[in-house]
Design a protein around this ligand. Structure first.
Ligand code: BG6
Length: 515
């Protein structure tokens, strides 16, 4: 603001981040993710002026296809999935003219030689300096093969100042347990330096998740309350009403809710809520604090897992008034499957700030609605002057961060109802993105792709972070193997998960939050 007064000519200028000229190579270019998320994200970045004039996208996949055929598919994907559609034929053509296709398999080294020739040829024709971002949107079993082949084919530049850069963005899942995540890190780090590796977690790309940092560290008034002294419990919920769409069951049946959602998305949200203030906004400061927080969550013993976790699997039921089938009847799912589609955990962060505060984390498929939120529930006032029959129960102050939908933050507190008696009512101060900012928020993938292009790793997970998260999750997975299996299916579709989940909130005043 001060700056603006000093130099009025600068007032209103937008500082827009623009990537350096480069080539993005997308592996798995004909897959769902590329069409639904990556191409629309690149198009929106281009439309909003974040991509430079000199820029190329090379799609790489197994199917035989010409540039023209691939461009047609990309155009269709933009029309169907992009939040902004191309406004004119010229705009569409301009974007598509930078899109190319290279057929190749993921295994044979020879195909990477051909890819290298193609990339070099495009770089030469378009006057590109050789900066390369490789995006691994393939099935996870190819992550190792692709990174190693890239290295062996000489497509990866070593980190050197004033030289063209190479980076790799790796999609999830990054491993399936601690051992496989370590192994994957070892392989990827043999081809790329850790500073070149960007492990994606799209929850970090969400505006509302990033706003947790702004809320906590750009405001002074909440931080003094942010500890076991004033906070009774924290509930983190990511609920989905979808089941297994298409052939999703094929992957999901090998993963389950704990691996699919908790190890990555819910842990990231938990880290941002509970970590200490970083020294600065740079990637390493923030990631150091997240790792420190994860280190304060101890891997549980079998007994602790039995007491602090509840698994569920949906049976038939109805969602949004529509009958839906049981998980075991879904396409590509084992009819005897013991995979969990719901999980609830009670976690403790063992440090000074959080000692004794339960972090109640739950996520599931085929729940009544799609909603993600964090509820920070404060303690009751230490001395209750409003207790007694003439008053209703005093409800605790609750701060709810709505990640999606209806993005915003609400703080609830008790107020006196107007009238001649002292009657209390719970009311809310509510901040809503929609009404406060009135502008559409970018998709998570736009932010993450742009950060990858700019070389900002703040919103990506570091090797030690991923491994620590897996260490906590692997302890649960191993214990589950030793515990008697729950009687699956144990919740009806369209309900809030198994009744047994209430066990985790016993003794807390209001149980699981109603969302
Ligand atoms: C993905 C999971 O990572 O996140 C899916 O694999 C899940 O199972 C999805 O549906 C949820 O993301 P969002 O952004 O819709 O909350």
């Amino acid at each position: 603001m001060e700056q603006a007064y000093k130099n009025p000519l600068r007032a209103g200028l937008i500082s827009r981040k623009v990537a350096e000229p480069c080539t993005v190579v997308v592996f798995g270019a004909t897959g769902d993710l590329t069409g639904r998320k990556l191409m629309p994200a690149l198009f929106n970045l281009s439309r909003n002026g974040h991509l430079p004039q000199r820029f190329a996208i090379v799609g790489y996949a197994r199917r035989e296809k010409s540039d023209a055929e691939f461009r047609k598919e990309v155009a269709e994907a933009l029309r169907e999935f992009s939040r902004n559609k191309p406004e004119s034929e010229t705009e569409e053509k301009d974007f598509l003219s930078r899109v190319f296709y290279q057929q190749g398999n993921f295994d044979p080294a020879g195909d990477y030689g051909r890819l290298r020739e193609r990339v070099e040829e495009i770089e030469k024709t378009d006057g590109l300096p050789g900066n390369r971002l490789f995006y691994l949107a393939t099935a996870p079993e190819f992550f190792t093969t692709v990174t190693e082949n890239l290295k062996n084919a000489g497509l990866v530049h070593a980190v050197a100042p004033d030289k063209p850069w190479s980076r790799v963005i790796i999609e999830k899942p990054f491993g399936t347990d601690l051992a496989s995540a370590r192994e994957l890190n070892r392989h990827v780090q043999s081809a790329f330096d850790e500073s070149q590796i960007y492990r994606i977690d799209h929850y970090l790309g969400k505006e509302t998740t990033q706003n947790i940092l702004a809320f906590r560290f750009a405001n002074a008034i909440f931080e003094p309350l942010w500890s076991a002294r004033y906070i009774e419990q924290v509930q983190i919920t990511v609920s989905e009403n979808l089941g297994m769409e298409g052939r999703r069951g094929q992957y999901y049946d090998t993963a389950g809710a704990l691996r699919d959602m908790v190890q990555n998305h819910l842990f990231q949200v938990l880290c941002l809520i509970a970590m200490e203030a970083p020294a600065s906004m740079d990637a390493e400061s923030i990631r150091d604090e997240k790792v420190r927080l994860l280190r304060a969550i101890h891997p549980m013993t079998v007994e602790e897992v039995a007491a602090n976790t509840v698994r569920g699997q949906y049976g038939a039921g109805s969602v949004n008034g529509r009958p839906v089938k049981a998980y075991r009847e879904e396409t590509a799912v084992d009819p005897q499957s013991v995979t969990e589609t719901f999980v609830a955990l009670r976690l403790f962060v063992r440090n000074w700030r959080w000692a004794g505060v339960p972090f109640l984390v739950r996520t599931g498929k085929r729940l009544p609605k799609k909603a993600s939120e964090v509820a920070v529930i404060f303690k009751q006032p230490p001395h209750q002057i409003f207790a007694g029959s003439e008053f209703q129960d005093v409800r605790q102050n609750t701060l709810v961060i709505r990640i999606q939908p209806d993005e915003g933050i609400a703080l609830s507190f008790e107020a006196k109802q107007p009238g001649l008696t002292m009657k209390l009512q719970n009311v809310k101060m509510d901040f809503r993105y929609g009404s406060s900012f009135g502008q559409p928020t970018p998709e998570a993938y736009e932010r993450l792709l742009l950060d990858g292009l700019l070389g900002d790793a703040t919103l990506f997970t570091r090797a030690d972070e991923v491994e620590r998260a897996w260490q906590i999750i692997s302890a649960v997975l191993d214990s589950w193997k030793q515990l008697p299996p729950p009687p699956f299916p144990n919740y009806e579709s369209g309900t809030w998960g198994p009744a047994e989940a209430d066990r985790l909130v016993e003794g807390l005043p209001n149980g699981w939050r109603r969302i």
